[in-house]
Write a protein that binds this ligand. Sequence first.
Ligand SMILES: Nc1ncnc2c1ncn2[C@@H]1O[C@H](COP(=O)(O)OP(=O)(O)O)[C@@H](O)[C@H]1O
Ligand SMILES: [Mg+2]
Ligand SMILES: [Zn+2]
Length: 256
Amino acid sequence: MREEQPCPRCGGTGWVLDASPGSAAARRCPCVGEKRRAALLERARIPRRYRACSLDNFELHHDSQRKALELSRLFVDRFPDQEAGLLFIGPCGVGKTHLAVGVMVELIRTRGAACLFYDFRDLIRDIQGAHAPESQLSESDVLAPVFQCDVLVLDELGARRTSTWVEETVFYVVNHRYNNKKLTIFTSNFLDTEEEGDLRNPYFKKEEDTLVDRIGVRLRSRIYEMCVLVALEGKDYRRVVRHDAHRERLAKKKRS
Ligand SMILES: Nc1ncnc2c1ncn2[C@@H]1O[C@H](COP(=O)(O)OP(=O)(O)O)[C@@H](O)[C@H]1O
Ligand SMILES: [Mg+2]
Ligand SMILES: [Zn+2]
């Protein structure tokens, strides 16, 4: 490993002397906070694709996005004096994950909060993996950071079909945070209705699964107690951007 250069401001002591003549006071060097924030960001496990996401670079193309951004900012402003987390719901590509990451980054930067990003499927996979006989990690190794972090982002809730075991496990995790008054932010692409579709009824026609179908009534109701619902609408950002870029290229071609 490369030896780190000591901070030029404090020489690595973490303290700088007050510059005013005759003063012997010392104060914390800014590098202490910088290092702490860098470590928090590293530990937050934000996926590479979302590293650049912030609340400041979230664009507003729809009224629901304006509202969602407001609620995200409010969440950061109130931290840690709020009871409820956030549940971002909406179609693909409207910026749910972007906002959830934006909140994390802002909390790390301004509050020094310990945040953790987990994809729903990865969490299940990691917990299941811990039960495999050859696993180096125990279930509690996997769950410790999930339980302990100040703010957990659980992305793509319901993105995987659950079994009773998975449902129980995820309920246990979410409930543990709830009981310990820990904040959780969820995102989900699933349509949300209160009723569970009766899959045994052959006359019940439904195009797609709802969130309840995916995570069960009990977990959904717990999440509703824990979170403010933030519904997002709009076009798939990835497609719109690609489309606009394409149009621009065509226009340029015409002009030349
Ligand atoms: N309103 C927005 N402003 C800026 N970038 C956005 C916005 N919505 C989505 N994006 C970008 O589009 C991509 C997909 O967004 P994402 O947050 O993954 O959507 P979702 O989680 O709702 O499916 C990401 O790269 C994200 O940064
Ligand atoms: Mg997403
Ligand atoms: Zn320093």
